[in-house]
Design a protein around this ligand. Structure first.
Ligand code: DQA
Length: 137
């Protein structure tokens, strides 16, 4: 089984950025843990701060891998284009958020991606990614 994790803008700063919201762990260490825990599956990782690059990655893997775990960061709330990309591919996409976006500012309550995703997981810290993988297994 092949799973692709895609992180969007500012998620390269996990462990540095707004620690009270996003925690102290950087994504690379968390990814090591995930890969150890799910040693029988291939977990590929991609991060970009650029909307078009996230779309290109969705197109690249979205007809071949078994599942995509996508944290599109702030693009979740603004990107018609990422929503359309998800609608256009075959692989199921799980939208994830580290924080509980529904407890935060109102503009974070709206997702332009969720309607095209298999499901949404938010608010469990980095564990949101593990829960998304579990849902794909
Ligand atoms: C986020 C929530 C978004 O609203 C925010 O813009 C992010 C991270 C999360 O994982 O909690 O960058 O997607």
């Amino acid at each position: 089984m092949n799973i692709q994790i895609i992180n969007g803008p500012n998620l390269n700063l996990l462990g540095v950025r707004e620690k009270s919201i996003y925690g102290e762990t950087n994504f690379d260490s968390y990814l090591d843990e995930l890969r150890k825990r799910y040693a029988n599956i291939t977990i590929n990782y991609y991060q970009s701060n650029v909307e078009g690059e996230i779309i290109n990655k969705l197109h690249e893997v979205g007809f071949s891998c078994d599942g995509i775990v996508l944290n599109a960061g702030a693009y979740t709330h603004t990107s018609v284009a990422i929503g359309d990309a998800i609608a256009g591919i075959k692989t199921p996409v799980i939208e994830v958020h580290i924080s509980n976006v529904y407890k935060r500012e109102e503009f974070r309550h709206k997702s332009l991606l969720a309607a095209n995703c298999k499901g949404v997981i938010a608010g469990f810290g980095l564990d949101s990614y593990r829960l998304a993988i579990e849902s794909l297994l």
